[in-house]
Design a protein around this ligand. Sequence first.
Ligand code: IPM
Ligand code: MG
Length: 357
Amino acid sequence: MKLSLAVLPGDGIGPEVIEQTTAVLEAIGSKYGHEFVFSEFLAGGAAIDATGAPLPQKTIDGCQASDSVLLGAVGGWQWDHLPGSERPERALLGLRGELELYANLRPAVLHEALSQACPLRADIAAGGIDVMVVRELTGGMYFGDRGRRQGKYGEEAYDTEAYGVGEVERIARTAFDIARKRKSHVTNVDKANVLESSRLWREVVLDVAKEYPDVELAHMYVDNAAMQLVRDPQQFDVMVTTNMFGDILSDEASMITGSIGMLPSASLGKSRLGMYEPIHGSAPDIAGQDKANPIATILSAAMMLRHSFDLETEAVAIEQAVTTVLNQGYRTGDIMSAGMDLVGTKQMGALIREALG
Ligand code: IPM
Ligand code: MG
């Protein structure tokens, strides 16, 4: 295969973790006979500094013309004073919207080698953790009507949560399809005891479930789901939820694996063009110091090979190489524990390439 990838290194540790990831993709390419053509584009704070805007049209066009998008991270204190519509985060939201990437997959997996990093009690973590959060990504409060107005208590601000049937149908199908390849269990997370948008959401999920009689479906209110994730994470296989609830629950799910520096994500739409990025942020405090953990971004590349290009063997090869290096005892600072070998970003990348053979 010859694949053209738009690469958006972004800010902070973004460029460093991206550098290791494109190198891993090149290693995969030479091993399995694929050619990756990388084109870099500006996004986030880097784009603000260079062009005045977080998401230049050139970047959108470049992403649209590519087979898939690989993103590092955006954001940093330099741009924190900017108003909402000009902040680096707009790049992410803009790309999700422009590319119609409505399904966000966030797998939270506790690697056996990292079990000491799990903040949950040992008896709770004992069965391992493997949860796939499927978050709706282009609707709900993130994209709803918002504004300011005069209210009873003075100036008032509002954001609107609205979901249409078609929007819920497609994200529900994504969740059921993924569950079929896993343990065939979906937990729908909503707040149907209070919110009308959640009541419609649940009705639609129930309708779509009729097409998947082989998949078990449970419903949970979001407050309970937040609690159950730390009480008994093994009950979950696939969780499907709204943009806002998914934002919150995916951070929680990632932390129970002990390592936000380890978790990848995929944002998918109707075509094979997806956007792949680590769940972590730009970590400006350690940027440029060769301290960042590149594994989340490298695993995001594995998700790209799997979900956009159907290259399962190649995806598994990357995932196994990561496991091998962890089993050998190598750790970046964020996942370091006593008796392990501390390595930097570059060495971690090199070790993973070595393990690929
Ligand atoms: C995420 C992030 C983003 C979100 C921010 C940076 C806009 O938290 O990808 O989860 O809220 O979606
Ligand atoms: Mg978030």
